[in-house]
Design a protein around this ligand. Sequence first.
Ligand code: SF4
Ligand code: SF4
Ligand code: SF4
Length: 456
Amino acid sequence: MIHKFKLGGFNILLDVNSGGVHIIDDLTYDLLDNVEPPFEKECPPEALSKLSKAYDPGEIEECYQEIVQLYNDKILFSEDDYERFALSAVASPVKAMCLHIAHDCNLRCDYCFASTGDFGEGRKLMDFETGKKAIDFLIEKSADRKFLELDFFGGEPLMNFGVVKQIVEYARSREKECGKTFRFTITTNGMLLTEDKMDFINREMSNVVLSIDGRKEVNDRMRKRVDGTGSYDKITDNFKKFVSMRGDKDYYVRGTYTKYNLDFSNDVMHLYELGFDQISVEPVMADPSEPYAITEGDLTKIFKEYEILAEKIKKIQSEGKFINFFHFMLDLDQGPCAIKRLRGCGCGNEYVAVTPDGDIYPCHQFVGIEDYKMGNLHDGTFDDEMKTVFAGSHVYSKPECKKCWAKFYCSGGCNANNYIYAGDIHNAHKLSCQIQKKRLECAIMLKAVKMLDTAE
Ligand code: SF4
Ligand code: SF4
Ligand code: SF4
């Protein structure tokens, strides 16, 4: 399978199964619209006559022979030898957890998927006892995995920071005896960040997600306080201070764009100009009846905006400056772990979410969906069958993904979005797919430009 597209002044060709990216000339681009395996000895007469209006017949034949050679060398139309890895996609130990330390929040964001923090289950905070059980559960279910990841999540986790500290202390106290190392992360809206919290987080957390949408008017339209006023002024001050104190430890600012800011490249640039260089800005996923929801009709504008953003990032990088926009990051080397490439986030299998009541779900986005409750820490239940279902959810068990050129980068999309917006974890959510594919094309283009620069 190949995928080709024009972007940034380049003709780009991806050989899907080998992951090879090539910049090709117009003739090769056009000829590939007309020929495919199995190849004849000579260029098929139909292709020759069709293209000879624009190209010299001798050059067409020469180009055809080059394509055949690349095919014989397994560089183009290479075979898919990944499906065999899917057969070994069995349940694996749990190694990561999203700990809902607070089902409460001090903001009232319009687009909040968590019903402004309480997930529709009433505002509550996790107690230490439940947190302790979550750590014990993770240690027990992780079998021989040494490195365990725990993300403090909400609502707003800083509303229950005392328990965060207790849990970190407890987990650290168990590391040696269990032969485990915890890697903590936290996701925060920043309203309650104080210097002592910053100190603790910088000491203990390997990564931090700082939520902000971009320009003041964009952020404040959606990310509001309880009294309806905006959060921008408070959080930008806090985040700037925090990042300056963090040194070279990982963080990223994470925003959401909606129908109201389809010119979101300006928000990415605004965040960059504020001094943040690790940036993620993602489309809102919402019921299409919501006024801020992104719909099919917005896609043309969104695609154009990603192209604009890619150009802006290309320019920054060409000036030797650093910016990391998460959705344009791409591992073209196919990475070491085939299963991860096929299965993506690992939700419900390697990764689970735990609520303040101790309920266990496949991930934070499934919280509150009764059919996807996997168990509870207090009564000791855990649905291993559901775990097996998620373990087997990969690009070869999803009909649309199996034939999709983006499958090895997208890994089958978000199971939660698939379920919520397309009715089944195995049904690709078309709107997400289209956005994902456009982002990947931009990412591949940026990577190709880098490859060219390095080659020169
Ligand atoms: S900060 Fe997060 S949890 Fe709180 S209302 Fe906004 S989106 Fe929801
Ligand atoms: S979720 Fe969509 S974009 Fe991703 S692999 Fe499946 S079909 Fe392709
Ligand atoms: S299912 Fe979706 S929301 Fe849940 S962890 Fe995976 S990618 Fe994230």
